[in-house]
Structures are given as C-alpha cells and as structure tokens.
Ligand binder design. Structure first.
Ligand SMILES: Cc1cc2nc3c(=O)[nH]c(=O)nc-3n(C[C@H](O)[C@H](O)[C@H](O)COP(=O)(O)O)c2cc1C
Length: 289
C-alpha cells in the first residue's frame, strides 16, 4: 500500500473547530482515543454500508480523518492490539480497499433469530429480573463476579462509541458513606458500583452543546446491562438514584477530578429474601401513538 498523503488533512470537531496533526499530538490521550472511535464511527462505519449497498456515493477522501488519527495514535504509543483500535483498523482497511476500487464484503454473519430454548432464557432474564434491597450478610462477592458485572456494563451501547463510562467499585464502609442512598447499603452485604462518565470527551468531539444528555443515557445503558448480568449470576441488584447534589458531594469526598461526573450507582449482593416481581401497566397504555 502506498503511503497516503495526509498533508492538510484535519479532524473535524462536530459543530466546531478542526484539529490538526499538531493538535492531536498534544491532545489528552483519553480524548484522542475517544475522538478516534467517534471519527471511525461517523466518517467510516455510518457511511460504508450505504456505499456498499450502492445507496450513496463514496465521499472524497473517504477514511482520511481515520487514517490521520490512527497514525497519531500509533506515534503516541497506544496499544493498537486493543479491541477498539482493532475495530477501527478493520474499517480503515475497508475504506482503503473501497478507495482502491475493490469490491468489499463483510466477513460476518447476518443476525439469526434465537431458537425457542434461547428465547426462554432471554424472556426469563428480562421478566424475572427485579430490584433487590436485602442481601445476605457476610457472603462476599468474589472479584471475578464483580468483573463480570463491569464487563456487562462495558458491553452496553454508548453514544458514538465514545466509551465515556467509568466505574468505581466500593467495598469499604468509609467510602460507602459518601454514596447517598434511600436504602441501607451495609458493606458486609453488598458492593456498590458508582457509574460515572468522563465529561472531557464530549467537549473534545463537540457533543457537549448538542447531545449532553447522552452522557447520562450511556451510564443508564451500562447500569441496565449490569443489573441483567447480576440477575443471571444469581445476584440481587438495585439501581439507586443520585441527585446532582449527592453526586457533587461524592465527587468531592472521593477526590475525583472535576470532569469525572457520577451519574448513578447500583448495589449488588446475594439476595436475602424472595420478593414479588413488580407489575407493569398494560402495553396498550404505554403506546401513545
Ligand atoms: C432511574 C432509576 C432510579 C431508581 N432509583 C431507586 C432508588 O433510589 N432506590 C430504590 O430503592 N430503587 C430505585 N430504583 C429501582 C426501581 O424502584 C425499580 O426498578 C422499580 O420499582 C421496578 O421494579 P423492578 O426493578 O423490581 O422491576 C430505580 C430505578 C431506576 C431505573
């Protein structure tokens, strides 16, 4: 592959300025990496399928912003073996082949509907999960289980693949006191996971003024995945509301940087008592149009 001339190529910031190679060289690494994912998403991933289906013409310099970003990320020593870079590199390669006039195919399968048995498991997960507020005392939650909960959060959808969600695992009494809750969360019964987001990323890509609320949605999507995983692992979990004031209090007491915003927290433990699963209003009442 001949080396691409990226002289003069800039990386767009949605609704704002453009970043030059020099800007990228100086950018905070967390923000640079997020910008890489966002640019892959918006300039290649979203564009490439309509192009492949013949519904859209390939834009001029298709994939160039991604090329510049991967060059700088490589230069700055990121581990390009990581999942997010590998994902981005697949798109970069596809864009290269399209630019070279090659026909491309995606080496993956179309989704197939689940079997009846698989659907039973899915329904069981969705409809049997419930909020649990009473946990068995002195039965620890192994680290491997905590990791599975966090991995479930990591798998959740997130706005523009920016990966802004951050986790804080709390197992000690002192820190647990900094997390406000309307129910007792004794540390000999549960683990608290505070779901935060890194607000610098939205400023970097220009989403802060456009879709700021998506930051909370990202945290919520991660939280929901974690609650479902907890249920599948036989744990009981409850999502706990965090007001702006209690979030600010936690942020200060924990000594978090200003840009790490606590969004919500969840308590996880081994269920102490069987509880009645909540009911929902009829679907027809929920469909308003
Ligand atoms: C945004 C949100 C905030 C919540 N906050 C609290 C809370 O502060 N305290 C609590 O005990 N439960 C809280 N819950 C759990 C709800 O009370 C619970 O999901 C609801 O009653 C339905 O019951 P289920 O989860 O058992 O299906 C919250 C749930 C959500 C989605």
């Amino acid at each position: 592959m001949t080396k691409l001339d990226l002289e003069g190529v800039t990386v767009w910031r949605i609704g704002g300025d453009e970043y030059t190679r020099e800007d990228l060289r100086k950018m905070d690494p967390v923000c640079l990496r997020a910008l890489f994912r966002e640019r892959i998403h918006h300039t290649v991933e979203v564009e490439i399928y309509p192009i492949m289906l013949g519904r859209k013409k390939m834009p001029e310099n298709f994939g160039y912003q991604a090329e510049l970003l991967i060059e700088v990320c490589n230069e700055r020593g990121f581990n390009l073996e990581d999942d997010d870079f590998q994902w981005g590199l697949k798109y970069i390669e596809l864009a290269r082949r399209l630019r070279a006039g090659a026909n491309i195919e995606i080496d993956d399968q179309l989704p197939v509907a689940f079997t009846d048995d698989e659907m039973k498991v899915v329904r069981k997960l969705l409809w049997a999960r419930r909020s649990v507020r009473d946990w068995v005392p002195n039965r620890p939650i192994p680290d491997e289980i905590v990791e599975q909960l966090l991995e479930a959060g990591r798998a959740a959808p997130n706005g523009c693949n920016l990966d802004i969600v951050r986790f804080i695992v709390i197992k000690d009494k002192k820190r647990a006191k900094w997390v406000w809750s309307d129910i007792p969360t004794p540390m000999n019964q549960c683990v608290l996971i505070v779901i935060c987001y890194d607000a610098r990323v939205y400023e970097t890509v220009g989403h802060d003024k456009l879709v700021s609320h998506n930051q909370g949605y990202d945290a919520a999507a991660a939280g929901d995945h974690m609650c479902l995983m907890a249920h599948a692992l036989g744990l009981g979990a409850v999502w706990l509301t965090c007001t702006e004031k209690t979030a600010a209090n936690f942020q200060k007491k924990y000594g978090l940087p200003e840009y790490i915003k606590p969004a919500m927290h969840i308590a996880f433990g081994w269920t102490a008592i069987a509880s009645i699963k909540s009911g929902r209003m009829p679907l027809k009442e929920m469909i308003i149009a």
